[in-house]
Design a protein around this ligand. Structure first.
Ligand code: ADP
Length: 452
């Protein structure tokens, strides 16, 4: 049944709340912003049709406060909730609660959110669906002896990872058997502290992979379409800094074969709405690592090369509409790059919240800025440090890089420190420009004084 939403509550803040608001506006849907007391004058609150204060600054009392968010939806008469990314976006209990209250959750089925939130269950499901994995343990490790046995089989170095992991936490490398026990112990302790769950598993630690992920959309009628890959190999501490679509390393044939494997797996699973499957790619092999059951930070690069509005599609799917097109109608044009600009020192990465005296966004052909900044805004210290996503599109990668360099030079965020200077150095680096980099490249680039 297709139901047209009149009003959507956006359970998030910052640039992603604006991103969802923009899609709603263009679809003629009214928006409700929710905010903490620290965000009373934030841009997402200013632009929304209505807003509700849901609690004090700490996220656990506001943006993670499920009861307050559901009450806000109730009193404003919103019919659906878009969770953005982070916060409650991958919380299966929340998705279930939203549906139990007769509202639409703009995202996947709760059962799939739950399954993919447990990385061991996710890998097991993907293995059964014929998706290739990184070699490693089949389930959770019960003892260090078991870890030793699997490590001997897949060969060192190995990685111990948290089943409930996210944000690179609970991940420890063991280069050899001597380091294994310590890595196992540390990963469990960190996982317990961060996620309240100390289940860990083991994977072979790949020495020079690229991080390649595939964007997918699925409707409620079994139609599954992919929108190509994103290369997110430029990472620091397992966190993405720069993303590209497509990957400089893949051919159209690689993309098509990965796309075919993934779409047929998700069709069999009965998946719904947007999802991203993350892979490590080395020596021509794709190895699944995890699936994100939400919109991702880096989704704009896909939008730029495919000409699709992924949030609009998410809303249409949640309203019960059919996708209305098939894989043959998805076309890729040119190249897109995103730089994640954070309120951090570009060399030490110390957080730098505070007042932005002047904000000037770059513009011109092929430039997109997703940001909730404005001149006079104070970046609060309570939340993620991402303050702007600068995204460019060019006819090819070289043009996209030239455009990004030009746009970074135009951009002004005065009053706080940001990572703009780091991005300028990355874009100017011949190795980056060659496209020949792995997930370890950026860490070394930062360590050797940004290549100077
Ligand atoms: P999280 O959910 O904590 O972000 P992921 O499983 O998505 O964890 O991995 C994050 C990053 O860690 C990957 O993009 C990659 O850079 C690195 N990584 C993960 N698994 C491996 C592995 N088996 N070998 C080498 N690097 C890995």
């Amino acid at each position: 049944m297709v139901k047209r939403f009149q009003k959507i509550l956006i359970a998030n803040r910052g640039e992603i709340a604006l991103r969802v608001h923009r899609a709603c506006q263009e679809m003629g849907i009214r928006t409700v912003a929710v905010h903490s007391t620290a965000d009373a004058s934030a841009m997402h609150v200013r632009l929304a049709d209505e807003s509700v204060c849901i609690g004090p600054p700490a996220a656990r009392d506001s943006y993670l406060n499920m009861a307050a968010i559901l009450s806000a939806a109730h009193i404003t008469g919103a019919e659906a909730i878009h969770p953005g990314y982070g916060f409650l976006s991958e919380n299966a209990d929340f998705a279930e609660m939203v549906e139990a209250h007769g509202l639409a959750f703009i995202g996947p089925k709760p059962a799939h959110i739950r399954m993919m939130g447990d990385k061991i269950a996710a890998k097991d499901a993907m293995r059964r669906l014929g998706v290739p994995l990184v070699p490693g343990s089949l389930g959770a490790l019960n003892s260090v002896d078991e870890a030793r046995a699997v490590a001997a089989e897949v060969k060192y170095p190995v990685l111990i990872k948290a089943a409930a992991g996210g944000g690179g936490r609970g991940m420890k490398v063991a280069q050899n058997e001597g380091e294994l026990e310590e890595a196992y112990r540390l990963a469990r302790t960190e996982a317990k502290a961060a996620f309240g769950d100390d289940s860990v598993y083991l994977e072979k630690y790949l020495d020079r992979p690229r991080h390649i992920e595939l964007q997918v959309l699925a409707d409620s009628y079994g139609n599954v379409v992919h929108f190509g890959e994103r290369d997110c190999s430029l990472q620091r501490r397992h966190q993405k800094l720069v993303e590209e679509a497509g990957s400089p390393a893949l051919t159209a044939a690689d993309r098509n074969s990965l796309g075919a494997t993934v779409t047929s797996a998700l069709k069999e699973l009965g998946y719904r709405n947007a999802g991203t499957l993350e892979f490590l790619w080395q020596d021509g092999q794709f190895c699944f690592i995890e699936m994100n059951t939400r919109l991702q930070v880096e989704h704009p690069v896909t939008e730029m090369v495919c000409g699709v509005d992924l949030v609009r599609e998410q809303i249409r799917i949640a309203a019960g509409e059919e996708l209305g097109y098939d894989q043959s109608e998805v076309h890729f044009s040119g190249h897109a790059i995103e730089c994640r600009i954070t309120a951090e020192d570009p060399e030490t990465f110390t957080p730098s919240p505070g007042r932005v005296n002047t904000f000037h966004a770059p513009g011109g052909l092929g430039v997109r800025v997703d940001s909730a900044l404005y001149s006079g805004y104070s970046v609060p210290p309570h939340y993620d440090s991402l303050v702007a996503k600068l995204v460019v599109h060019g006819t090819d990668r070289a043009q996209a890089i030239a455009r990004m360099r030009r746009a970074l030079n135009e951009m002004v965020v005065d009053g706080i420190r940001t990572t703009i200077p780091l991005h300028q150095r990355i874009m100017a680096d011949p190795e980056f420009q060659s496209g020949d980099y792995t997930i370890h490249w950026l860490e070394r680039f930062v360590a050797r004084g940004h290549g100077e």
